[in-house]
Design a protein around this ligand. Structure first.
Ligand SMILES: NC(=O)c1ccc[n+]([C@@H]2O[C@H](COP(=O)([O-])OP(=O)(O)OC[C@H]3O[C@@H](n4cnc5c(N)ncnc54)[C@H](O)[C@@H]3O)[C@@H](O)[C@H]2O)c1
Ligand SMILES: [Zn+2]
Length: 357
């Protein structure tokens, strides 16, 4: 089964093609958007080692495209100034002015780098994403945020730059390590809580997730649909888009304080969701029974729900207090109010909840 969701409004609307074998549609979609024949592709060492690139290369050569490949180190090491410069070098080499398309083959790290390179090359050239992680399929590939990291922090240098299309070939998830699948599931649970109670119930019914389960296509499609709706209403995060930060206020602090070593993004988000759910219940914002269901679902999916005991609460509080989602000196929390609805507000006693967690 292949599902195609549309993101954003015309004229910048773009399709997200989800399902097994979606990558086989690459040439059709390149032609449909009138992509230039010059292509600069970016992938990382892990994805490259799994042989997803060669068939794509053959397909493109046979169809008359001229792809040049840049390989980055895996993970966050892709999102550096040096790697950005290396992609720009490839664009200078392979591009003919603005007539070049940047193709990302990988997870969110690769598409964040490739998208930012595309946004900054000659003030913006075409960009397409072939997602190979669950997190990227349900989250990073939708919405047009691109960024690299600098020593002062993650994602600090970035731009909004929408892709022309996204292919989410679920066959590629077969080689994704289980901890990376879990990380993606953290974002899936987030999506369900903030806007899709049916998805929440469906996840409860599954008990766990096998990436070969045909149900996955529908799960990914629902996440894309919801993120697309939210992003279409608030492309530049002026207001409503902030609900997508459910679990992220604490999640980002956990990642920063753990040095991005111990916890994957979606795992940190899961802990962040559990934290705000408990806080919301304590503030009488959320029914205790729903908190129980949220915690049970996270656990059933093998996601963590407690802040690791060795992490410094004060350091986390400091990080939260200076994070970019602070308004008038107070961090803004996204609190679940019921399944499918969140409220966004400051919580004056948040430091106490964190100290006690
Ligand atoms: N732009 C956005 O809106 C947005 C949203 C969420 C996250 N992000 C960013 O995305 C990044 C996280 O994304 P991610 O979880 O996809 O991480 P990732 O791209 O680092 O991929 C995770 C790991 O899986 C490997 N991998 C990828 N696909 C594989 C496959 N099919 N088989 C085997 N291994 C594979 C990668 O090499 C890497 O080691 C972060 O940098 C985050 O800031 C961006
Ligand atoms: Zn996230």
């Amino acid at each position: 089964m292949i599902v195609t969701e549309r993101v954003l409004e015309v004229p910048r609307s773009y399709p997200v093609v989800i399902g097994p074998g979606a990558n086989d549609r690459l040439i059709d979609h390149l032609r449909r958007v009138g992509a230039s024949s010059e292509i600069v592709a970016v992938t990382d060492e892990n994805v490259w080692s799994h042989d997803y690139w060669d068939p794509l290369l053959e397909m493109m050569l046979a169809a008359g495209y001229h792809p040049l490949l840049h390989r980055t180190p895996a993970g966050e090491q892709a999102k550096t100034r040096d790697q950005l410069a290396a992609v720009h070098e490839k664009l200078a080499l392979g591009g003919q002015g603005r007539a070049v398309t940047v193709l990302a083959l990988g997870g969110g790290a690769v598409s964040d780098l490739a998208g930012f390179a595309a946004a900054t090359w000659m003030r913006g050239v075409d960009f397409v994403i072939l997602s190979t992680t669950l997190l990227s399929m349900v989250d990073a590939s939708v919405g047009g945020k691109t960024a690299i990291n600098i020593p002062q922090g993650k994602n600090l240098v970035g731009a909004f730059h929408q892709p022309r299309f996204v292919l989410a070939d679920t066959d590629t998830l077969a080689t994704l390590p289980p901890e990376e699948v879990r990380s993606g599931l953290g974002e899936v649970v987030k999506t369900a809580i903030l806007g899709d109670p049916d998805l929440f119930e469906r996840l409860e019914g599954l008990g766990g997730l096998d990436v070969a389960d045909p149900a996955l296509v529908e799960i990914v499609a629902r996440c894309v649909r919801l993120k697309a709706e939210v992003v279409a209403r608030d492309e530049r995060e002026a207001g409503e888009r902030r609900v997508l930060n459910l679990g992220h206020t604490l999640g980002h602090a956990l990642e920063a304080v753990s040095g991005f070593a111990g916890l994957r993004h979606g795992e940190a988000v899961a802990i962040g969701i559990a934290f705000v759910a408990r806080m919301a219940a304590d503030l009488c914002r959320l029914d205790g029974a729903i908190v129980g269901r949220i915690l049970a679902l996270l656990e059933a999916l093998d996601l963590p729900t407690e802040i690791p005991s060795d992490l410094d609460r004060d350091a986390m509080a400091e990080f939260i207090a200076v994070d970019k989602k602070v308004r008038d000196g107070e961090p803004i929390w996204v609190l679940p109010a019921e399944l499918g609805r969140c409220v966004i507000e400051p919580v004056p006693g948040w430091r106490r909840y964190l100290a006690d967690a």
